[in-house]
Design a protein around this ligand. Structure first.
Ligand code: ARG
Length: 657
């Protein structure tokens, strides 16, 4: 039984007599902000007062008189204008905890209305090296997948690999013109990566060169606009002058923006020009941008050579990505990828046209939808299909194949507009009952508040990022071990193992503990801190609880099986008991809005409540055996909850560190 859903279902019975659909009201039953108001608080009477035109306190009294919670709560209290305060009975807490002690699932019930979810996450473009942005999609998606499964839902995870796009045109072009055969024989993927980067750089060079005059005149025009605005004499009229000043500010910001774009463009040009080899290549390949598109188009048309190269490259690229997934312990049920849908794209466009949902506009086939300025293009003028066309073919396949209740796309927030349009178009095809959700996330930033890059301005490769986190974790772990009062406890091999769990855990947790919609600043120091809301702190706390058992030579599994009962006497014991039982609420919160940070917040809070219990209530030195055993079981439940919670985040615990 999960507390909050149980309370809600009790309230539902009463509220259904007052309104047609109490669902929204039920959302106003929440954990109390302050323990002096009890454990939970229902703020339903105030909004009901408005709808029913009665004083809220009167409504609260009526609700309480009909509410049947006497088996779970002390008699509800009404406070202030009509808050209903609920305090769980100690007996009930004890009963639930004792159940959790003997339960693998820690007393968390599976959802009694299981749904089928398709989860689309990670989904990197395979020929490009993976970078820090990919970790967010991978880690958030993996954690949602684990949590939904734990709650009894059916999850189908499908890695929608970008294995068919322009990046292949780039490496094919690169391979035909620039390959270093030796390097390719020894280590194919790094060579393909190099080719990708090289071709991309040359394409961008020529694009930048073409754009330069426009950018320069734009900056000049904007600078002039500022000068004109500045030269306006003050009118003496306060409001008008203020307006003029504001206008000037706006114009100046536009100058800054244009100057930054121009500087970035010039930097791109300079990077090539200062390198004699690169600049020679750039001169030799003036049409590289369109040639790359042509290579991609040839691949899609079934050109024999390009197809052969693609068949050769793809398994190598996938293998490389797989190594990374293995390292961070992420699995998928399927990896269909974009190429799988290629043969279906023409059919999708045809169907849209046949049903009058798409029509030609300036040579392209477009879906026009209400509420959008621009249509969604599903076939370009030159006959090429787009990312959106593939997504439409994919959703059709997924719905036929798996009949999901929901499809979640864990993708960068910059693709927000794509998903809005794509969902609207999907609804047009008549998939009204499937929940479609863009689980979007913000950008990973560097110290400077700009997207996280290496010093040389490259995006940071994922492999290097993980290596550095593990290496730094090794220092943290060693330092902690070296300064233990009775000397170090860990051997070299164990230190390495611990460092691996700590380093990878730190990266994952940093990502998951930030509200996914916000950007966050990437900092090794912060994420590896031994105190605060970090995986390191939780792993360390877990190890400390284990330390209690080894110090007291406690066979905790035996104690668990003994039928020893937990008892609640001290307020700190009660606080811990309640926090432990809130695990299920936290998981419900994660699923509600697909936010794993609800779970990290919970685990951090649980750990704090645990340490305050541990400070106030002696465990091994408790006077009575029964108290000692009860407290040991509270420690055990805490450790198990941390372990299970971290597991749902894809993070491992360590027994000692
Ligand atoms: N490959 C895409 C990218 O790296 C992400 C794909 C997301 N999934 C989807 N069904 N569109 O930007």
């Amino acid at each position: 039984m999960n507390i909050l859903p149980e309370l809600k279902s009790r309230f539902r019975v009463v509220l259904s007599e007052l309104v047609d659909d109490p669902t929204e009201l039920l959302g106003m039953i929440r954990p109390a902000q302050d323990a002096k108001f009890g454990d939970y608080q229902a703020n339903v009477a105030m909004p009901l007062g408005k709808t029913l035109g009665k004083p809220p306190r009167e409504i609260a009294t009526e609700i309480v008189s009909k509410l049947d919670v006497s088996d779970i709560c002390e008699p509800p209290e009404i406070a202030g204008p009509g808050f209903i305060n609920l305090r769980l009975k100690d007996d009930w807490l004890v009963f639930r905890l004792n159940h959790a002690v003997g339960d693998q699932r820690l007393g968390v019930a599976a959802d009694n209305e299981p749904r089928t979810y398709v989860l689309d996450y990670s989904s990197p473009n395979v020929a490009k090296p993976m970078h820090v942005g990919h970790i967010r999609s991978t880690v958030i998606g993996d954690s949602l997948s684990r949590t939904l499964r734990f709650l009894g839902h059916q999850v189908i995870s499908d890695n929608h690999l970008g294995d068919w796009g322009t990046q292949f045109g780039m490496i094919i072009y690169g391979f035909k013109h620039f390959v270093d055969r030796n390097a390719y024989e020894t280590a194919p993927v790094p060579e393909l990566s190099r080719l990708y980067k090289l071709v991309n750089q040359l394409v961008e060079y020529h694009n930048a060169k073409a754009k330069l005059p426009t950018l320069e005149s734009e900056l000049a025009a904007r600078t002039e606009a500022v000068a004109t605005q500045r030269s306006q004499p003050a009118t003496g009229d306060k409001a008008a002058d203020k307006k003029a000043k504001k206008e000037l500010g706006k114009l100046e910001a536009k100058v800054t923006e244009a100057a930054e774009t121009l500087a970035a463009t010039r930097a791109k040009l300079a990077a090539v020009e200062k390198d004699s080899k690169l600049s020679e290549l750039a001169d030799q390949h003036p049409n590289i941008a369109s040639d790359v598109l042509e290579e991609t188009a040839k691949l899609h048309r079934g050109d024999e050579e390009n197809r052969r190269l693609w068949d050769e490259f793809l398994p190598k690229c996938r293998e490389e990505i797989q190594k990374l997934y293995d390292r961070i312990d992420v699995k998928f049920d399927f990896e269909y990828g974009e190429s799988f849908y290629h043969d279906r794209l023409a059919g999708v466009v045809e169907e849209f046209e046949k049903h009058g949902l798409a029509r030609e506009s300036e040579g392209a086939i477009c879906v026009f939808m209400d509420g959008f300025d621009a249509p969604m293009i599903i076939r370009k003028k030159d006959g090429a299909f787009l990312y959106a066309t593939t997504d439409l073919a994919t959703i059709q396949f997924r719905i036929q194949q798996w009949k999901p209740d929901a499809i979640l796309y864990v993708v960068d927030h910059r693709q927000g507009e794509h998903f809005e349009k794509f969902f609207a178009a999907a609804k047009l095809c008549g998939y009204p009952d499937v929940e479609l959700c863009h689980v979007s996330f913000g950008t990973v930033l560097g110290d400077d508040g700009k997207p996280f890059k290496t010093r040389s301005g490259d995006t940071v490769g994922l492999e290097a990022l993980l290596d550095e986190a593990v290496q730094r974790a090794y220092s943290v772990v060693s330092q902690n071990d070296d300064t233990k009062p009775n000397g170090p406890e860990l051997g070299e091999a164990e230190r390495r193992r611990v460092a691996d769990a700590v380093g990878l855990g730190a990266i994952k947790y940093a990502d998951l503990s930030h509200n996914r919609t916000s950007d966050y600043v990437f900092s090794y120091d912060k994420m590896l801190a031994l105190t605060g809301n970090t995986a390191t702190y939780l792993q360390y706390s877990y190890a400390r609880v284990n330390g209690i058992f080894s110090k007291g030579s406690i066979d905790i599994a035996k104690l668990r099986a003994d039928g020893t009962s937990i008892q609640i006497v001290e307020p700190a014991e009660r606080a811990l008991a309640l926090e432990l039982l809130r695990f299920s609420d936290a998981l419900a919160d994660v699923v509600e809005d697909y936010r794993p940070n609800q779970l990290t917040n919970y685990l951090f809070q649980l750990t704090k409540v645990f340490f305050s219990f541990y400070e106030q209530c002696p465990v091994l030195k408790a006077e009575a055996d029964q108290t000692r055993n009860s407290r040991l079981l509270l420690c055990d439940l805490t450790a198990r909850t941390i372990r299970q919670g971290l597991n749902l985040l894809g993070i491992n615990v360590i027994d000692r560190m």
